[in-house]
Design a protein around this ligand. Structure first.
Ligand code: ZN
Length: 67
């Protein structure tokens, strides 16, 4: 189950929420506003393409020696 991090646009409260479904309405635990912004997912980004730049010399995803 993914945990998402949100930030309330009304009172700027930051909070994490365990989301069990896709159509879950998130509201701020502090002021109750639904004007919240999702920050990131802890367990990977669904729907977001990950950009992996691999080293052309050694094929490592994070290479500090070849470049
Ligand atoms: Zn709030």
């Amino acid at each position: 189950m993914p945990i998402f991090e949100y930030k309330c646009q009304t009172c700027e409260e930051e909070f994490e929420k365990l989301v069990s479904g896709t159509n879950v309405e998130i509201s701020c635990p502090k002021c109750g506003s639904r004007d919240v912004k999702k920050k990131f997912s802890v367990f990977g980004m669904s729907g977001v393409e990950k950009q992996i730049s691999s080293c052309s010399s050694c094929n490592a995803t994070s290479c500090g020696s070849c470049n």
